[in-house]
Design a protein around this ligand. Structure first.
Ligand code: GTP
Ligand code: MG
Length: 614
């Protein structure tokens, strides 16, 4: 064999394929305790014990070779060698959850019919043991006619055996292809039950813990209360825990700006460095602690298995608007960023429901909005307590998230009545066992988010901010004229201001929303940059929040917040929506309805707040 052998990881959702992939290749693909984490193929390199390289592909989980959703289609095509530009895998590693053997065996049996070299990785054997389940792997191997290796992917256990077994099957032993091809799912069901019963040596009640917890967490009254409490705690923590680290970053930023001012000669570069980069980009980076706290919670929810329960609780509510709880997970991941959220919609089988989910995903409050919200809340909402442990700032932040969700519900409702009319699918999702989150995984997840955010700050946010600084600094205004109005950027903003003035936007806001199309956070750095450029000597170095509080009225600030709840201020999201819907039609629908909603709601907010005399 010349080419590097290709091995594919397949199996039911949430079996631990990606965990195994990461353990074998050293990759850091996303792992989570809910079905549908992986929605596209990922390839990596691993080596057998004799050093021979292998190309390993991780695939989306699927229950059978009859795909019902776009992500499952990928798996089927790769396994059957029908994927364009990809070889037929030389061997399959079928990952099965040992504590859910009967269900997972069905797919193993269907795959065995292909007559391809394969091994079964009986994963999560630790969980099976915890449940008091004992499985005879040799008996299972004999019954299936393929090698069976027990593994604990998250603890890297069983990998040596797996590599040895893989070396064996790659050398040529393959399962005897059955005489007749079965396609009746009930046949697999019966076979799976029989083989599982033979292989399981001991099986007590099992899953007692998970069932006990679920009795409370899924309770019709207690369940939603718990969910609301979890969310509230999360938003309180974003404020309560971030104060000190934000102070450190601000301290560092101030020190950098002062040092640059003290040591660099007064020229163009010094202004660019201080006003554009240190203050501009710094005004965004300051929010790193809050973003990390938010992700800490999201990662915990994903890893423990609570996420799917939340989806389950939301299902009834969502079916009212023609979506199932299935859509909840892509929507929840959109809290991080709409891009993975829109991609996660691949796990939804009903095409109309999937499209609806894609179209409303940008309404979920992504982490790029957090800096915008946080700076305005910090400037305009007093940090007072409104109840035991409940601060007003956290409550307002929670309210903005809720506003996005309500907007999404309304949009889904309208879409399901019109453009994507149709019946919603039912909620069919396995409830995974509760797991203790691995601290390492949570830390890696947070590190990845931090890195992603800082990279964004150092590239796109910095690039756009510097470009804006240039456009806002030139041509130099004559004495007595405001630089931010005289400059190129200022003149463009004046044009836009005509449209935005009725909803309470001022000149700086009009100036900030254009570059913020590249990335929402730029709205913050743009405002900071404009104020730095215009600053009098006594305002120089003032924090952005203080400047906003001094210059904007409360209705104006609220209108800006309302705008950011709805406005599709993100080119990458639009690009991904185009890719996922294969055309421009739906992204354009998305842009139009979101901008219209942003305009209308910012206007309503402004006029209501003004009428109330705020
Ligand atoms: N206790 C235990 N947990 C595991 C093991 N392998 C994976 N997990 C956990 O099981 C969950 C699912 O793991 P993933 O690797 O994301 O599963 P997957 O098969 O890739 O799932 P999809 O991508 O959704 O198809 C995660 O919470 C993992 O941490 C294991 O051997 N033991
Ligand atoms: Mg996966």
């Amino acid at each position: 064999m010349n080419a590097v052998p290709l091995v594919a990881l397949v199996g039911n959702p949430n079996a631990g394929k990606t965990a195994l992939f990461n353990a074998l290749t050293g990759a850091r693909q996303k792992v989570g305790n809910y079905p549908g984490v992986t929605v596209e193929r990922h390839a990596g390199r691993m080596a057998l014990d004799d050093g021979r390289p292998i190309e390993l592909v991780d695939l989306p989980g699927t229950y059978s070779l009859d795909p019902s959703s776009p992500d499952e289609q990928v798996t089927r095509d790769v396994v059957l060698g029908k994927q364009a530009g990809e070889r037929l895998p030389d061997a399959l590693v079928v990952v099965a959850d040992a504590s859910n053997l009967e269900n997972h065996l069905r797919f193993v049996l269907q795959l065995r019919q292909l007559g391809r070299p394969m091994i079964v990785a009986l994963n999560m054997i630790d969980m099976a043991t915890r449940d008091g389940l004992t499985i005879d792997a040799d008996a299972l191997s004999a019954a299936l006619g393929v090698p069976v290796v027990t593994t604990v992917a998250v603890r890297k256990r069983g990998l040596d055996d797996l590599r040895a077994a893989l070396a064996g099957v790659l050398l040529g032993s393959r399962p005897a292809a059955p005489a007749e091809i079965e396609s009746d799912i009930r046949h697999f069901q019966r076979e799976a039950r029989r083989i599982a019963a033979d292989a399981i040596v001991e099986q007590p009640g099992g899953r007692a813990f998970t069932r006990g917890v679920d009795r409370v967490v899924l309770h019709p009254v207690a369940g939603p209360l718990i969910l609301a409490t979890v969310m509230l705690v999360m938003f309180q923590a974003v404020y309560a825990w971030s104060e000190a680290p934000i102070g450190w970053i601000e301290g560092l930023q101030g020190w950098l700006a002062e040092s640059a001012a003290a040591y660099l000669p007064e020229n163009f570069l010094r202004d660019l460095l201080i006003e554009g980069i240190i203050n501009g980009v710094g005004s965004v980076v300051v929010f790193l602690p809050q973003i990390l706290i938010l992700f800490f919670f999201i990662l915990l929810l994903e890893a423990t298995g609570y996420m799917v329960r939340a989806a389950f609780l939301m299902d009834r509510l969502m079916s009212g608007i023609g979506l199932s709880g299935r859509a909840f997970i892509p929507l929840l991941s959109s809290f991080a960023c709409a891009i993975p959220g829109i991609m996660a919609a691949r796990s939804i089988d009903d095409p109309r429901e999937r499209l609806t989910t894609i179209l409303i995903a940008p309404l979920m409050t992504c982490s790029a909005r957090l800096p915008v919200y946080a700076v305005l809340i910090g400037a305009f909402i007093p940090a007072i307590s409104v109840g035991p442990g409940i601060g007003l700032q956290g409550l307002v932040l929670f309210g903005l998230y809720v506003a996005g969700i309500l907007g999404a519900i309304a949009a889904a409702f309208v879409l399901r009545m019109t453009a994507t009319r149709g019946k919603g699918g039912g909620f069919m999702m396995e409830l995974p066992r509760y797991q203790l989150p691995s601290i390492r995984d949570v830390l890696i997840g947070m590190w990845q988010r931090a890195w992603l955010f800082l990279r964004r700050a150092g590239t796109i946010i910095m690039g756009v901010t510097v470009a804006l600084w240039l456009l806002a600094s030139y041509p130099v205004a004559p004495e007595g004229v405001k630089q931010s109005e005289y400059s190129i950027a200022g003149r463009v903003a004046s044009g836009l201001e005509v449209v935005l003035k009725p909803i309470g936007f001022n000149h700086e806001m009009s100036l900030a929303v254009i570059p913020a199309m590249a990335a929402r956070e730029v709205a913050v750095s743009a405002l900071q940059t404009v104020y730095s450029i215009d600053a009098d000597a006594d305002e120089e170095g003032q924090a952005l929040g203080a400047q906003l509080a001094a210059r904007w009225s409360l209705p104006t600030a609220l209108a800006f917040l309302a705008w950011f709840v709805f406005a599709p201020q993100c080119l990458s999201t639009i690009a991904v929506a185009r890719r996922e819907t294969n055309g421009w039609k739906w992204p354009i629908v998305m842009i139009v309805y979101l901008f219209a909603a942003a305009y209308v709601f910012a206007g309503i907010t402004f006029w209501t707040a003004t009428a109330l005399g705020l």
